[in-house]
Write a protein that binds this ligand. Structure first.
Ligand SMILES: NC(=O)c1ccc[n+]([C@@H]2O[C@H](COP(=O)([O-])OP(=O)(O)OC[C@H]3O[C@@H](n4cnc5c(N)ncnc54)[C@H](OP(=O)(O)O)[C@@H]3O)[C@@H](O)[C@H]2O)c1
Length: 459
């Protein structure tokens, strides 16, 4: 019997001589050993062997920089061979580090660390959406200039791989729109307000007690954190520059229990929604509370879960959801970026452009002013004056607003409240109609936008 020369085993010494050299370990330095940093440490240690098998080389943490190295030492439990540094700039310049993980946060010092690491020829992985939304153009340009990768899967939707989905999985599609629930803290608060009739302040206090909200939750509840993430998503979806300044942002702190009760009566949940939509006139970029039909998958995201609906021309509708925060879910996204880097031939630049496109076309899609954005609106006319429904409808017609649904509901004190859902109406027109109604009826009018009511999705 003849042995197939391609299959027959080589003698040991010959096999060693022919085996491809094992690439050197990827040496990682971490700035920040808090929730995310310690999550990366734990998951990498637990899954070391399978990650190495998938990456084709070992990934080793060799240095950690934090403000208080003693705290980091407690996390590392005396792991040998990990250097503890007090200055992140020393880590960024360390010749024994191939990749810097920026897992500390902030936009001032962190910008300097990332620029320094790139200038020293290191790839950078960050979870820091605030940094990228404010300085991302500068940092992406620096990465390109130095031929290094700036990766940030963990910066949007925690463990849900939406950046990879947009830049790689959906790369052949024209993206039409994105709609997401991208902040777990505000979603937890809204879920509690909706389910238990809590006011905003009570729900926030509860979220803080349970660790779902930071001591300073400002960026979570005022929409800023969601706007940071939307800015990154929109750049990757539409090939446009990062435009945090162009995002219309409203938070959830002004919502009243009665708003959520009225929404529920009409078949909606209230979500802090991020929307980016490409229209003929420009790109809508907006973050605000919105009524979403209860049957929609985004309406069903409870607690700290994140979700993103993507509409694309070839694949149609896609929906991604999962843990949007937390040490190990976020570490999952950081490790995905690290394995991408480990798989690159040593010394080569990345294969995926930082912000989704290698070169932006001459005709950039411009952001559309909020005043021109068309949505449906829920108008909730609070008692305070005897309301004449016919007169209200006449005023709305005069203001150019068509009404599609009408209902009466009690407010939280049991008084009758008129609920009107409009046809899609430009935002400026709806705002003017509210002023007109308040002036002529004496009623206090609450306005909330209604979203995702495509025919199949309306309640
Ligand atoms: N937590 C999440 O679920 C999550 C999810 C997605 C993205 N992110 C992002 O991930 C990043 C880290 O978040 P985190 O929740 O892990 O924060 P964290 O728990 O507060 O930990 C921050 C770490 O960074 C260190 N640090 C802060 N400022 C520093 C400085 N000037 N010099 C050196 N070290 C510094 C801290 O050191 P000390 O301990 O010594 O103070 C700490 O180890 C942020 O950008 C955040 O937005 C977080």
């Amino acid at each position: 019997m003849f042995a197939d020369p391609q299959l027959s085993p080589l003698p040991h010494a010959q096999a060693r001589a022919h085996a491809p050299a094992q690439p050197p370990a990827l040496r990682v330095g971490i700035i920040g050993m808090g929730t995310v940093g310690s999550g990366v440490w734990r998951v990498l240690r637990r899954n070391q062997a399978l990650i190495a098998a998938r990456a084709g080389r070992t990934i080793t943490i060799v240095a950690v920089a934090t403000r208080t190295p003693a705290r980091a030492a407690a996390v590392l439990e005396g792991a040998p061979g990990v250097r503890l540094l007090a200055d992140p700039l020393h880590l960024a310049a360390d010749p024994g580090v191939d990749v810097v993980l920026e897992l500390a946060g902030g936009t001032g010092a962190a910008r300097g660390w990332v620029l320094a690491a790139l200038a020293h020829g290191k790839h950078v992985v960050t979870a820091n959406k605030a940094l990228l939304a404010t300085h991302g153009e500068e940092l992406a340009a620096a990465a390109a200039r130095h031929g290094r990768v700036l990766a940030y899967e963990a910066a949007v939707a925690g463990g849900v791989p939406v950046i990879k989905a947009l830049r790689e999985g959906l790369v052949g599609n024209r993206i039409l729109s994105l709609a997401g629930v991208l902040n777990g803290t505000s979603n937890y608060i809204l879920t509690r307000m909706q389910a238990h009739g809590l006011g905003f302040a009570a729900a926030l206090t509860e979220a803080q007690a349970l660790g779902y909200a930071e001591a300073d939750p400002t960026f979570d509840v005022d929409g800023t954190d969601t706007a940071h993430k939307l800015t990154l998503l929109a750049a990757n979806a539409f090939g446009m520059p990062l435009r945090l300044d162009a995002v219309h942002v409203e938070g959830i702190s002004d919502l009243q229990p009665g708003d959520l009760a009225a929404a529920a009566q009409l078949g909606y949940a209230v979500k802090l929604l991020a929307v980016a939509r490409r229209d003929a006139d420009g790109v809508q970029l907006r973050v605000h509370p919105a009524l979403v039909p209860q049957r929609h998958p985004l309406a069903q995201l409870d607690g700290a879960t994140n979700g993103l609906r993507v509409q694309a021309d070839a694949v149609g509708d896609m929906f991604y959801s999962g843990a949007g925060a937390g040490g190990e879910p976020t570490a999952s996204a950081v490790l995905a970026d690290l394995v991408d880097l480990a798989r690159l031939p040593v010394g080569t630049p990345g294969r995926v452009p930082t912000l989704g496109v290698h070169e932006r076309g001459a005709a950039q899609p411009a952001p559309l002013p909020m005043a021109q954005v068309h949505t449906r609106h829920l108008l909730r006319l609070l008692p305070g004056a005897a309301l004449n429904e016919a007169a209200v409808l006449r005023l709305l017609t005069r203001a150019g607003v068509a009404v599609q649904r009408r209902a009466w509901g009690p407010d939280h004190a049991g008084a009758p409240t008129l609920l009107l859902v409009t046809a899609p109406t430009p935002d400026a027109v709806a705002a003017h109609a509210v002023e007109l109604l308040q002036a002529h009826t004496g009623a206090q009018v609450r306005r909330l936008r209604v979203e995702l009511c495509e025919a199949a999705e309306s309640p």
